[in-house]
Write a protein that binds this ligand. Structure first.
Ligand code: FMN
Ligand code: SF4
Length: 449
């Protein structure tokens, strides 16, 4: 969509017009009936979230709508792709959300490092505001940090307040990070793709949206395929499409090259080759012991080293952990070190037992899901690829370096580039090649004092 004018010519903006012509309750009812689920990873029902924010709102402190465009999940590039191709539809979805929940401000949160996205979104915001479409609503763009946790919604709120992206304790304990934060107005945070679905639902109705997908997973989903394929790609599929169809459509003909497993980012368990016919729905992915997440699939081919891939994911998560919860950082880093040793054929059976044991303790009393993601990936390596682990202990496997698992920074002409600077990032979140031994929360809190 080259310009806002082009978007308007294709009936863009009609969803917002339709939403403004009826009550919030009518729009809310349609979103609930559509059964749209959040595309940021958790699959939470969008209508339920919007209704909660409506119930919590007060005229004295209206809510803010925040578009989560952080997209730091390794193997996923769909939000960047949507924002680069059609930011207008996301903005329209966010303006509809603001109309429904009675917000006065809409903030589009992206990463400062993704300047191509920043420029595109800033340009689109100017066009939309210039066209008078936003009305009295204030639209702004926030450029946040590169950290993976920036995408976690409570950490994103912290970043918006000028603080490091450390996840908050969520209700019912308390609402904000500071005393008195219980008084702060609610924020509606939705993923880019979630909001891109809204104008169509409002304009065409819930039944239209439900023409694709299943009862529990209606609509379409935008997938990313990278790794061991002819090409990398992003594309929209009906929910319920077999996973192998997504891999072959976006990744190209396999030409007899067998797949060993799929890595759904660093959020869920590995998907073994035996499950490639699984339908792309929240319920089917849960049945095979994994999850849909943000529908990014890294293809691991037969002959690739699954232990090295697990070690790479483990390092990513251990480094990105903020350290507010001791087991997540401490056990996570130990896991990462031992898995790297295992991939290099240097681990003993005692080390393997220690990996098993740490994978069970890493998520103890965790404040956010990063730690349980770590547990899920390492556990699934043992459950699905026990013989690969054994071969790295008895030395019959080739010793390997851990793979670099990091977020995608560009995907063009079928080629994905990942952020190689992650290799130098230290567990304290510095990139100078020297770890202070402090956790990010110790280092950044003391620095901030
Ligand atoms: C470690 C971590 C990283 C996350 N990163 C992102 C992200 O980059 N983008 C995103 O939309 N959601 C991300 N999420 C999920 C958000 O916390 C939140 O569930 C989501 O933005 C809600 O929007 P939705 O309901 O539209 O999916 C992340 C969660 C965790 C635990
Ligand atoms: S679980 Fe890990 S990443 Fe999440 S808040 Fe705790 S220490 Fe930080």
């Amino acid at each position: 969509m080259a310009s806002f004018e082009d978007y308007l010519a294709l009936r863009g903006g009609s969803g917002l017009e339709a939403a403004r012509a009826v009550t919030s309750e009518v729009v809310l009812g349609e979103i609930e009936a559509a059964g749209l689920r959040g595309r940021g990873g958790a699959g939470f029902p969008t209508g339920t979230k919007w209704r909660t924010v409506c119930d919590l709102r007060s005229d004295a402190s209206p809510p803010t709508v925040i578009v989560n465009g952080a997209e730091g999940e390794p193997g996923t590039f769909k939000d960047h792709t949507i924002l680069l191709n059609n930011p207008y539809q996301v903005i329209e979805g966010a303006l509809i959300a603001a109309t429904v929940v009675g917000a006065e401000d809409v903030i589009i949160a992206v990463k400062a490092a993704a300047q191509d996205v920043v420029r595109r979104v800033r340009g689109a915001v100017d066009e939309v505001c210039g066209g008078g479409v936003a009305g009295p609503l204030r639209l702004s763009v926030f450029e946040g940090p590169a950290e993976y946790l920036y995408g976690e919604e409570t950490a994103l709120l912290e970043a918006l307040h000028g603080r490091p992206p450390f996840p908050r304790v969520t209700p019912p304990y308390r609402r904000g990070a500071e005393d008195g934060a219980d008084e702060t107005p609610p924020a509606l945070i939705d993923n880019v793709e979630t909001l891109a679905n809204i104008p169509g639902i409002v304009l065409n109705g819930a039944a239209w949206f439900r023409e694709y997908g299943t009862q529990q997973s209606p609509g379409t989903i935008v997938c990313t395929v990278t790794g061991g394929t002819q090409q990398a790609g992003v594309g929209e599929f009906a929910m319920g499409t077999p996973m192998i169809e997504v891999i072959e459509t976006l990744g190209g003909d396999r030409e007899g090259r067998p797949i060993k497993a799929l890595m759904p980012g660093v959020s869920n368990a590995f998907i073994p080759a035996s499950a490639l016919q699984t339908e792309l729905t929240y319920e089917a992915m849960a049945r095979v012991g994994s999850g849909l997440g943000s529908a990014g699939f890294v293809v691991i081919e037969e002959g690739d080293d699954i232990v090295a891939a697990t070690a790479g994911a483990s390092r990513f998560l251990a480094v990105e952990s903020c350290g507010q919860c001791v087991p997540c950082k401490r056990d996570g880093l130990e896991l990462s070190a031992l898995l790297t040793k295992l991939a290099a054929n240097e681990a003993t059976t005692d080390d393997v037992e220690a990996i098993r044991s740490l994978s069970k303790t890493v998520s103890a009393e965790a404040r956010c899901s990063l730690a349980s993601q770590h547990e899920a990936i390492v556990t699934s390596m043992f459950d699905l690829f026990g013989s690969d682990v054994a071969q790295h202990v008895d030395g019959t496997a080739e010793p390997t370096d851990r793979l670099l698992i990091a977020e995608i920074v560009s995907l063009r002409d079928g080629k994905a580039a990942i952020d190689v600077s992650r290799e130098a990032k230290q567990p304290d979140w510095t990139c100078d090649g020297l770890d202070s031994g402090k956790t990010p929360v110790e280092r950044l809190t003391s620095e901030g004092d």
